[in-house]
Design a protein around this ligand. Structure first.
Ligand code: G3I
Length: 373
């Protein structure tokens, strides 16, 4: 009788322990040794104001990227006047919490200050001047965080969906060379930092081909490039997972790593079947395009969970080719998806809900990573 009681107590204790252990599993523990799991962080998190958000970052993730504070319009709003307060805080946050720190982004057509491309009369500057401005910006920023920021999104979104060059000021004034030059300047400023090319809608075959050519050009010049960032701004039906897989393999075949850099999954209807992440897109608010302002129906939540799981299955399948998967924000409250391409909507694009609670997908990813599904 006494033995039976002891056995029963042991069983209860064992089951309690197992249960606690499984509840305590985190994304970063489960994915340890496979790829880094990161998140973009915003200013309230960087400054520790969003304490619940910070808790999630510390517990679940081992890599961070700054959602906004390192864009050139914030870092150098006027020529020669650099503003590093927020970026310094961001890097300190990463160091304090032992996180892989990425810098985002050195050269991007968007969020660049207007002065960057024009002279005192408002005319486009010469090729030489723009190269010099680009060199100065990259050198100043990368040198400041030398040895501390582990990898940089050097060039962001230079190729259009049809594979052609984006007609940015960088392209129009400098020409195709602006990309290898940017990689050269970044490498000179911190030879140990990893360097990345980052873009959205990379699953579109023509765009993938355009990016492959960019990477080849960098490599042909014997310049450093470590990875292609496939921004994962997904919708419920774009892209097809097979297309995403094809692009992932095409980038990996170049001998670089692949990173999923800006993962989120909108559940909202898109105006005119609009996908991608062109920040300049803007459509009028219509009530019917904001159907879940009072909560997400269970069937849609499940559909989203399954689609997220399918993508994580793909990432795990290619864990030898992928170095990092980064969510574009911590909770649904933080997501840029609430305001793009229509301001003021209620989206549910991330892994943690508006109450800072993990969605069921978090545990599903953990189980997938442990090989349990
Ligand atoms: O800084 C101003 C602030 O002073 C003002 O009070 C506030 C009022 O709206 O706006 C602030 O600027 C906003 C900024 O985010 C910081 O919050 C801009 O209006 C807004 O356009 C900007 O949006 C960001 C967007 O990039 C443009 O930089 C999004 O948060 C950010 O998620 C998004 O991230 C991009 C990646 O960098 C590149 N890939 C696509 C991705 C999604 O668009």
């Amino acid at each position: 009788m006494r033995n039976s009681i002891i056995i029963v107590i042991c069983c209860i204790l064992l089951s309690a322990c197992t249960k606690t252990k499984s509840n305590e599993s985190t994304l970063k523990d489960a994915l340890n040794g496979k790829f880094l799991i990161g998140t973009a962080i915003n200013i309230p998190q960087t400054f520790g104001i969003d304490t619940l958000g910070v808790e999630i970052v510390k517990k679940q993730f081992n890599a961070i990227v700054p959602e906004n504070c390192m864009k050139s319009m914030f870092l150098q709003p006027e020529e020669g006047n650099f503003y590093f307060d927020e970026a310094d805080k961001y890097v300190a946050f990463g160091e304090t919490n032992n996180l892989w720190i990425t810098g985002h982004c050195l050269v991007w057509h968007s969020q660049a200050p207007a002065w960057f491309f024009i002279d005192e009369n408002g005319n486009d500057v010469s090729r030489e001047v723009l190269i010099e401005r680009m060199r100065n910006h990259i050198t100043t920023v990368v040198s400041r965080y030398k040895g501390r920021i582990k990898g940089w999104d050097v060039v962001n979104e230079a190729i259009m969906d049809d594979g052609s060059w984006r007609q940015s000021k960088f392209y129009q004034i400098i020409g195709e060379d602006f990309i290898p030059l940017a990689f050269q300047f970044a490498h000179e400023a911190d030879p140990d930092a990893e360097l990345y090319y980052n873009d959205y809608s990379t699953a579109i075959a023509a765009k993938c081909e355009g990016i492959v050519n960019v990477v080849k050009t960098i490599q042909e010049k014997s310049l450093r490039i470590d990875a292609v960032g496939m921004q994962g701004h997904l919708t419920m039906d774009f892209p097809a997972i097979e297309d995403f897989e094809k692009s992932l393999l095409a980038f990996s075949a170049l001998g670089v790593k692949v990173m999923i850099t800006e993962l989120d999954l909108t559940v909202l209807p898109s105006p005119n079947n609009f996908a991608g992440a062109d920040v300049s897109a803007n459509f009028d608010f219509k009530k019917e395009l904001n159907p879940y302002s009072d909560g997400l129906p269970e069937d849609i939540e499940l559909k989203q969970q399954n689609r997220y799981a399918d993508f994580f299955k793909l990432f795990l399948k290619y864990q030898d080719k992928i170095s990092r998967v980064t969510l574009w924000g911590v909770t649904d409250n933080d997501s840029w998806r609430n305001d793009w391409p229509i301001p003021g909507r209620t989206d549910y694009a991330l892994l943690f809900d508006r109450n800072s609670q993990p969605k069921p997908i978090v545990n599903e990813i953990i189980q997938l990573a442990k090989g349990k599904e």
